[in-house]
Write a new protein. Structure first.
Length: 439
């Protein structure tokens, strides 16, 4: 076969099997990304890739994987709105920071002990990637468990929003720090200043849009644009322009394009795009991302993993197992302890810890970039992706018994409230003649 045919065969197998297997595992309450990654592992160099001749064209997927990464990070940004960030209470914000900072800080020492030969910057990046809670995966699990519209679900989602913002910003700082001069304090100041410049630019654009809307100028512009612009799907086109522009800006500042893509998504809201326009843009964007780029991205994540680099001889399999256990239980412990301190029940606290232990798109997108830029070897990349795979698999399984208890308690509480309401005597409504009105 020629190269084009080989590429199309590999693309067909990856996307088709990723969609089908993702749907299959989701029927068992496991996030679809687990099945999608496993498809990539089976078709990659770990198992059948060499025999099928697919690994020889792995470089052909680099461009499409970067495009998928862009779409996924922008989708993650679109899932977070400035209003949601402002509405996040101090408790949820503290939870989000705690489930990031504690696993990250302690993880540096754990990673260093498990993998003593890797560089300091790689140690920091590994610890960072295993400290992120997957916002989209958490949202899917909450919907599956019928908790999305509860106070408990809103609390977890707001905490995950803060966690993701902290992780992406820290990633930007670390990347910028790596391109420094070697003078530690100067490089730290430059890195923080560069990230501050980028965030200030994003905030300034948001505040400008908000001011124009308060003056009723922006809505008129949006309506006029919708009536006069002739090209089809112009809203989606401008979304791509905004996302790529922000990606270029962050890339120019040395923060990598995924930071810009994520924060650009924050600016696209029903207020900035108009409610009808935002709904249309979201439908198109979600269809493309969820229907094509997400299953393909996770399949390519698995395709890039190579478990043959792990062995018992160098203890790397034991190190991977230990890191998986740390990544999972550090989130479980911190999340459960924090929820318990806020007065949540034991079942709700443990459920919190289990649900926030899942990883997902943002962590793996970072791993892809770090592999491309040389911070990760295939060996380390395989370990990081495996941590994401197993912790995401464990999270819903571990949370399910606690969800049952919480759901049963909610149902019993609702039944008690209904019984109490029915046992009260009916209220007597006074007629007009019984009311002593002043003459």
């Amino acid at each position: 076969m020629d190269t084009t045919t080989e590429f199309l065969v590999a693309l067909f197998l990856l996307i088709s099997l990723a969609i089908l297997v993702g749907e299959l595992v989701s029927r068992f309450g496991i996030p679809a990304l687990v099945g999608q990654i496993l498809v990539g592992v089976v078709l990659g160099p770990s198992l059948l890739g060499n025999a099928l001749g697919l690994t020889s064209i792995s470089s052909e997927f680099t461009g499409i994987q970067f495009l998928a990464t862009f779409f996924i990070l922008m989708m993650a940004g679109l899932a977070v709105t400035p209003a949601q960030i402002r509405a996040t209470g101090p408790s949820a914000a503290a939870l989000g920071i705690a489930i990031f900072v504690v696993p990250f800080a302690v993880g540096v020492g754990i990673v260093r002990a498990l993998f003593p030969g890797i560089a300091v910057d790689t140690t920091l990046f590994v610890s960072l990637t295993i400290s992120i809670t997957a916002l989209p995966v958490l949202g899917i699990m909450l919907r599956e468990f019928d908790l999305a519209d509860t106070r408990f679900g809103a609390f977890l989602m707001n905490g995950a929003v803060v966690n993701e913002l902290a992780a992406v910003t820290t990633f930007a700082v670390l990347l910028r720090l790596e391109s420094g001069t070697g003078n530690l304090w100067f490089d730290i100041g430059t890195a923080v200043g560069t990230v501050a410049l980028f965030l200030t630019t994003i905030l300034a654009i948001h505040m400008g849009l908000q001011s124009l809307r308060q003056l009723h100028v922006w809505d008129r512009w949006v309506d006029r644009f919708r009536l006069t612009w002739r090209s089809r799907e112009a809203g989606f086109g401008f979304l791509m322009m905004a996302g790529l522009g922000a990606a270029l800006y962050s890339q120019f500042l040395g923060l990598t394009f995924i930071v810009g893509a994520f924060y650009a998504g924050l600016l696209v809201t029903p207020e900035s795009a108009g409610r009808a326009g935002h709904r249309t843009i979201s439908l198109v964007f979600n269809a493309i991302t969820w229907g094509f780029f997400i299953p393909l991205f996770f399949a390519l994540v698995g395709f890039g993993m190579n478990f043959t680099t792990l062995s018992f001889a160098d203890y790397s399999i034991f190190a991977l197992s230990a890191l998986i256990l740390y990544a999972f239980f550090s989130k479980v412990f911190v999340g459960a302890a924090f929820a318990r301190a806020l007065g949540w029940s034991g079942d709700e606290s443990l459920c919190t810890g289990m649900l926030v232990s899942s990883r997902g798109a943002v962590e793996l997108a970072m791993a892809v970039i770090l592999l491309e830029q040389g911070f990760f070897t295939v060996h380390i990349y395989t370990i990081v992706a495996a941590v994401g795979l197993f912790t995401t698999m464990f999270a819903p399984i571990g949370a399910k018994p606690f969800v049952r208890t919480i759901t049963a308690a909610r149902r019993a509480s609702a039944e008690r409230a209904s019984a109490i309401a029915q046992s009260l005597p009916p209220r007597h409504i006074l007629s007009d003649s019984e009311i002593n009105l002043p003459r």
